[in-house]
Write a protein that binds this ligand. Structure first.
Ligand code: PXP
Length: 246
């Protein structure tokens, strides 16, 4: 199967941190569904939301409301647990990205060790796929993780850009090469490559220029920047930088 590509690099906007701000006070504001609609109008191609085990930002109700309200695809980030599998099967988002999750982490700190848990992941990937959900694995840009994705038969991998984003100088350049090599290896194997984590206006262009990448998922920076310039302008500027990189 060839990767699904439209030529244009898609932007998935992660709206988790709108919910983080709402939850700081309780109540309904700011509403992540409204943020998703503004992001869509500003050029987002999809919306990403991570329903964490502890519900620290997105809630079950948010997922239900997003599913109802969105005209663009929803990508549900989820841990590989029976609870999250049941929720995904109930809501049937366009895509589900399996991420590693530890309660004590502040954000998703590393990629999923797909290579180390093929037997555990295989039935979950199969159930999601059978429900018509596009399965993605959030992995480090490493050949053994891509090979695990091939073994698992998933159509998509999302490459963790956190290492790239947090490094500088030669170390960052080396991490960018790892991302490019991983994206090329995925494409060679018929797997669509996405990327995300820690991307900003300042660091997105070299990643967006990797030709095999089909989608970037970006959240924390866009929502933070929205405080200063508004969400519409924040998404539009990111979209423009991504387009200019191609
Ligand atoms: N992709 C995945 C799989 C993630 O877990 C996250 C963080 O939730 C992102 C992308 C977005 O990362 P950031 O919020 O740093 O832009």
């Amino acid at each position: 199967m060839m990767p699904e590509t439209t030529g244009r690099l898609r932007l998935g906007v992660n709206i988790d941190h709108v919910a983080t701000v709402r939850n700081a006070r309780g109540g309904d504001n700011p509403d992540p569904v409204r943020a998703a609609q503004i992001a869509a109008a500003a050029g987002a191609d999809g919306i990403t939301a991570h329903l964490r085990e502890d519900r620290r930002h997105i809630t079950d109700d948010d997922i239900a409301r997003l599913t109802d309200a969105l005209a663009i695809p929803l990508n549900l980030e989820m841990a590989a647990t029976p609870e999250m599998l049941a929720i995904a099967l109930r809501h049937r988002p366009h895509a589900a990205c399996i991420v590693p999750e530890r309660r004590e982490e502040r954000t998703t700190e590393g990629g999923l060790d797909a290579a180390g848990q093929i037997e555990r992941l295989a039935p979950m990937c199969a159930e999601l796929a059978a429900a018509g959900i596009r399965v993605s694995l959030f992995i480090e840009p490493a050949a053994r993780q891509i090979e695990a994705a091939v073994t698992l038969g998933v159509p998509v991998v999302e490459l963790h850009t956190g290492g790239y984003a947090h490094l500088a100088g030669d170390a960052r350049a080396a991490e960018l090469r790892r991302l490019a090599d991983a994206a090329a290896l995925a494409a060679k194997n018929g797997i669509e490559a996405h990327a995300g984590h820690g991307l900003t206006f300042d660091n997105v262009v070299p990643v967006a220029a990797i030709p095999q990448l089909a989608e970037l998922n970006i959240g924390h920076f866009l929502i933070g920047e929205a405080i200063f310039i508004g969400l519409d302008a924040s998404v539009r500027r990111m979209r423009g930088l991504m387009d200019a990189a191609r």
